[in-house]
Ligand binder design. Sequence first.
Ligand code: PLP
Length: 418
Amino acid sequence: ADVWASTPQAPADPIFALTAGYQADSFENKVNLGVGAYRDNEGKPFVLPVVRKAKQILAADESLDHEYLPIAGLPAFVKATGKLIFGADSPAIKEDRVVSIQTISGTGANHYGGAFLERFYEPWLGKSKADKVIYVSNPTWANHKAIFNSVGLTPVDYPYYDPSTIGLALPKFLDFLRSAPQQSVFLLHACAHNPTGVDPTRDQWEEIAAIFKERGHFAFFDCAYQGFASGDLDNDAWAVRHFVSQQIPLLVCQSYAKNAGLYGERIGALNLVATHAGSSPGGAERLRSQLLILQRQEISNPPTFGARIVGMILNDEAMFGEWKRDIGTMAGRIIAMRERLHDLLVNELKTPAPGPNGWDHVVKQIGMFTFTGLTPPQCKAMVERGHVYMTGNGRISMAGINDGNVEYVAQCFDKAVR
Ligand code: PLP
């Protein structure tokens, strides 16, 4: 008998299906706005100059071998990664309360973050999967729910995006935070919310944090775009640092896929913040010991190459400066494309806008993605008539727009909404 006879066919990943459609399309001016990876002004993948330099230094270093890394990861990387997100002068870092572990990029960090909470989050002890609820924004990165489900949590939506304004549904979000049971776990996008590009302002983050503090909620920060949002690493870490300053219990997932262009190297980190250093109950050493067990069970030892590159950049002042410039190049190009697209739609084509605030959301939204406000049939028209590939929820990757195609993309928008 066939031992796999009952294995069902899984649905194809919608983003990968979109890419396949793009690749099979022979139309000359086709555009791919589905993919979540940065492209330069020629539409090509971008190797950051500082990464190129780091690779040359590594290639010339004959002392490097291919031994296993420690279970927690490359020490130079692990020590520096928490400082990048929390800030070197963070009270959590100074008091030795941060526990960091190298992960398989942001996906691995989310997976461990969920698994760690599932095992050890005190308010959940003895509870069943149905009661281990992690609240995620509606909408969120498509993989969040799958990841949390796979580690025994139950993802549940909280209100976040308001389609009528193409902006933040702040009052509903705050009400939800207030009425959720005490010590609930909320996933927050640290910056550059995916897929909407809608981030709270600093004032709004302060309101959100105040309710977390009052209700004892736990903040599960996913930070996949530090630096990529505004072009400034510290600016994009503001929300996380504010929550730390308010002593809100939290963890932070980091990815260096986007901000260092190291998509395929799978380099990231999970950072837990303990209430105190040391090995007494609740202490950082206890958390560290359990993270090491988790890592050992899942992958034994993390991969070396990406950790060496990022570790070198984070620890060398000159290279760190170069990295900031490279981040500025990427974020700056995206911001310029937002302005150009906005200008074409508003001033040249006078395209009817999908929301009450005109096309302002195109310039107001942050990071890799814009939630255009286009309806599913309009998105379909973009793909089928314009050969502009985008997901049916109206999300476009700004990274796919460049000087060579921005006018064509704007014209397709114009035709799709009229
Ligand atoms: N979290 C968010 C919100 C993302 O958008 C992404 C990538 O698109 C990730 C996490 C994880 O990416 P990676 O595993 O490539 O670091």
